[in-house]
Ligand binder design. Structure first.
Ligand code: FES
Length: 113
């Protein structure tokens, strides 16, 4: 069972970058990288700052505060100081709409909120 909800419009997401949204009360960074759209929990697992404000590069998003990078497919940190993964969520594109299911994380990691 899925629970996709409207997150934003495709036009709201930079060609390479992220936008922060809230879906069902859950902060989500909708991220585009290499022509793919991902949804990752919008709170760094090291401290409570928004990942959507970080740089996106090569399938990863970098936390702006201390520089940990997170893989957009797995949610795993690829560099310190963060050691815990963040939830990543299923995404569906329906025309211009970006839909995200925040209730069924792909990596079985629950949000910290
Ligand atoms: S708050 Fe994100 S790496 Fe420290």
């Amino acid at each position: 069972m899925t629970d996709f909800k409207l997150a934003c419009q495709l036009a709201d997401v930079p060609e390479v970058g992220a936008v922060g949204v809230v879906v069902d009360g859950v902060p989500v960074a909708v991220v585009r990288s290499d022509d793919e759209v991902h949804a990752i929990h919008d709170v760094c697992s090291h401290a409570e700052v928004a990942l959507s404000e970080g740089e996106v590069d090569d399938g990863e998003i970098e936390c702006w505060l201390h520089g940990s990078r997170f893989d957009l497919a797995s949610g795993r940190p690829t560099g310190l100081p963060a050691t815990e993964p963040v939830p990543v969520y299923p995404v569906k594109i329906d025309g211009d709409a970006v839909l995200v299911d925040v209730h069924h994380p792909l990596n079985n990691v629950r949000s910290y909120d």
